[in-house]
Design a binder for this molecule. Structure first.
Ligand code: NAD
Ligand code: IPM
Ligand code: MN
Length: 347
């Protein structure tokens, strides 16, 4: 059996961490019967440079036909003034593939406890999932306008868009500790009032899952104050973006957090939660764990290859445990050295 993986390395550290993840994937899957083919396509700033568009036609078509998509990161100062920025290409890709469910697991493995800026007693055992709505809300609502005098965006949610992400979160909670926290700003926002009402209604379909509502400001505080109290968080697009970057403080870096994005029935996309890190790009110092773990999410969620995913994850954590860590975690290991060490564990 052959699986076609569309590889969108993107910009900044994207190509560096992608090269690392693909080396690890190749090492981890070398003795399985499934054959993987990795084909790169231009995307983001690299898409603008190659084809004048952050999401060239060739790239979107290849993504639609692929068995899974691996995405590095996009964006950077070079393209910040482009008529169509790399970030727009990313939003267009998510929308075109209907990738409404963005799953962001937040875990702090014991090997990272000493490196976390938060006290070990608070952070030990952190293991929750942010389920972020990804194709609607203020990122996509119309109208929007920007002049020198005034600017506005529209936060709009249709009830069916809330229903499907909330159901997804309940299903994920059912496979975990059955505790769901829905995050909103229902004391102020109309969209949040509809969100909360919808969660209450859908909750009746999942009586085995306990549901709590939190306002986003309080949730932001609780995520760093009592991270182990969370199991599954479901929230709208913008809040999920912000809270998941905040949650990266728990493991101590954005460089270890992966994500998976799913549609109702089409291809899924796997990408780190962080960006292209222009400040460290091209230096072989980026932490590739976020991309490697995104690849293991692909193995699990697109190909049911839990065994290989387990082996790769264990290899990463073992290397971290030995103190081979990149600069973001206070170490001196280069991206390539870390990758070599993971591959050695796999062989
Ligand atoms: P960023 O996530 O790129 O970087 C934030 C900080 O985290 C930086 O100090 C960076 O060095 C560090 N960091 C991130 N990933 C790391 C890794 N793997 N290893 C070590 N350190 C890492 O956010 P930013 O600087 O605000 O944005 C840079 C660009 O990335 C912008 O153009 C932004 O729009 C874009 N962006 C893209 C994505 C994506 O492709 N999905 C996500 C977020 C931001
Ligand atoms: C992310 C990023 C994107 C987002 C940007 C680059 C459009 O921050 O994937 O988290 O806000 O969704
Ligand atoms: Mn983000």
């Amino acid at each position: 059996m052959k699986k076609n993986i569309a590889v969108l390395a993107g910009d900044g550290i994207g190509p560096e961490i992608m090269a690392s993840a693909i080396r690890v994937l190749k090492a981890g899957t070398k003795s399985v019967s499934t054959e993987f083919e990795y084909v790169e396509y231009p995307f983001g700033g690299a898409g603008i440079d190659a084809a004048g568009d952050p999401l060239p036609d060739e790239t979107i078509q290849a993504c639609q036909e692929a068995d899974a998509i691996l995405l590095g990161a996009i964006g950077g100062p070079k393209w910040d003034q482009a008529p169509k920025r790399p970030e727009q290409g990313l939003l267009q890709l998510r929308k075109a593939l209907n990738l409404y469910a963005n799953i962001r697991p937040i875990t702090v493995p014991d090997s990272l406890l000493p490196l976390s800026p938060i006290k070990e007693a608070i952070v030990k055992g952190t293991d929750f999932v942010v389920v972020r709505e990804l194709t609607s809300g203020i990122y996509f609502g119309e109208p929007r306008s920007l002049t020198d005098e005034e600017a506005y965006d529209t936060n709009r949610y249709q009830v069916h868009e809330i229903e499907r992400i909330v159901r997804k979160a309940f299903e994920i909670a059912q496979g975990r500790q059955k505790r769901l926290v829905s995050v909103d700003k229902a004391n102020v926002l109309a969209t949040s009032k509809l969100w909360r009402k919808t969660v209450e209604r859908i909750a009746k379909e999942y009586p085995d899952v306990t549901v709590e509502h939190q306002y986003v400001d309080a949730a932001a505080m609780l995520i760093v104050q009592k991270p182990t109290t969370f199991d599954v968080i479901v929230t709208e697009n913008l809040f999920g973006d912000i809270l998941s970057d905040e949650a990266s403080v728990l493991p101590g870096t954005l460089g270890v957090l992966p994500s998976a994005s799913h549609s109702e029935s089409g291809v899924s996309l796997y990408e780190p939660i962080h960006g292209s890190a222009p400040d460290i790009a091209g230096k072989n110092v980026a932490n590739p764990v976020s991309m490697i773990l995104s690849a293991t999410l692909m193995l699990r969620q697109s190909f049911n290859m839990d065994d290989v995913a387990d082996q790769i994850e264990e290899a990463c954590y073992a290397v971290l445990n030995e103190g081979t860590v990149t600069r973001d975690l206070g170490g001196t290991a280069m991206t390539s050295e870390f990758t070599d060490a993971v591959i050695e564990k796999l062989s």
